[in-house]
Design a protein around this ligand. Structure first.
Ligand SMILES: [Fe+2]
Length: 242
């Protein structure tokens, strides 16, 4: 399996606090059956360049520690970027830590704030898609407005967004409302990727296989498996879909 969303890179955001925790998390990731782990630290809007450079430095250290420890995992560096018009500036650098590409468009994970949907968010998606960039919305089921009215996701889908939902949402870790929103998005075939979004060893741990099993009960095993294998594989390797 391939996990496209995690906060395992040590001491760069609210994820793993140090190398010890990062390596313990990666042992759990491997035990869960993941072969490729994408590291997606939050990028800070006001400090884009520093955040990217800090993540690159932390990635080199983590890769070396993983090699030294002999952990059988392929690591990939990307990011989770909060939705904002500043993204248009980031992409001009072309130093964006892309997650891969989708149908020829360079792709990245885009975070939503927990409560309100930002004004003009769907228009930002349209502008990005027109620049041949593919935003993937990270865990839209955790946004309060979407939880309470699932149709609020529609303008984002129509503008060309793809959706990634969290395994923890499907396991009830964020409560009944988030669970229902995640199930509804799956039932209506709006989800392309499942991911762990793991942060730590306690509440937000590697859980891709458990989430995939819950998704199997809703969309069937073949479709659920695709969300953790072929779809993320095509994304990180930039394979065009038939
Ligand atoms: Fe995240």
């Amino acid at each position: 399996m391939i996990d496209i969303h995690s906060h395992i890179l040590p001491a760069v955001d609210d994820g793993a606090k140090d190398m010890f925790e990062a390596l313990k998390l990666l042992h759990l990731v491997v035990a869960d059956g993941v072969t490729d782990q994408v590291l997606t630290p939050h990028l800070s809007e006001g400090h884009y360049e520093e955040s990217v450079n800090g993540a690159k430095a932390a990635f080199s250290l983590l890769q070396k520690a993983v090699d030294d420890a002999g952990i059988a995992i392929r690591l990939h560096l990307s990011a989770e970027v909060m939705i904002s018009h500043a993204i248009l500036k980031f992409v001009e650098y072309d130093d964006m830590p892309w997650i891969g590409s989708w149908e020829g468009r360079k792709a990245f994970l885009m975070d939503l704030p927990p409560f309100n949907l930002p004004f003009g968010g769907d228009q930002l998606v349209s502008r990005l898609v027109s620049k041949n960039i593919q935003p993937i919305l990270a865990h839209p089921e955790r946004n309060y407005e979407i939880q309470n009215d699932i149709s609020k996701i529609k303008p984002y889908i129509e503008s060309g967004c793809l959706l990634q939902i969290n395994c923890g949402s499907l396991m009830g870790d964020f409560g009944a409302t988030v669970f229902k929103a995640a199930c509804d998005l799956l039932k209506t075939n709006q989800v392309t990727f499942l991911a762990s979004d793991c942060h730590n060893l306690t509440e937000r741990y590697p859980n891709l296989r458990s989430g995939m099993k819950v998704a199997s009960d809703i969309v069937g095993e073949t479709a659920a498996r695709e969300m953790v294998t072929k779809a993320p594989g095509d994304l990180i390797h930039g394979v065009k879909r038939l």
